[in-house]
Design a protein around this ligand. Sequence first.
Ligand SMILES: [Zn+2]
Length: 95
Amino acid sequence: MPYCYKRIKATQWFKLGDHKDVRPYRMLGAVGEICDRPRCQRPAAEHGMYGDVIASERVCPGDWIVEDWSRTAWVLSPASFAELYALERGEARDG
Ligand SMILES: [Zn+2]
């Protein structure tokens, strides 16, 4: 479910289909490989990739995809998102 703030739109990603620009994640290693981020360590198959062929970023379940007013977008961990934006939730609105 997207949240719209004054300056950003943020969508928390849990699975494919949660955000239109997240593609299936292709990990180089074998099937069953585990994410190397200590905060995650989930199977590769539960991940996504945000971005294009030139620059893409792994998305772990629970990560936030944040877009600003210029359509620039980035991926934030839940902890980073909370630190940067959680206090603005009271100002959330549509559009
Ligand atoms: Zn992960």
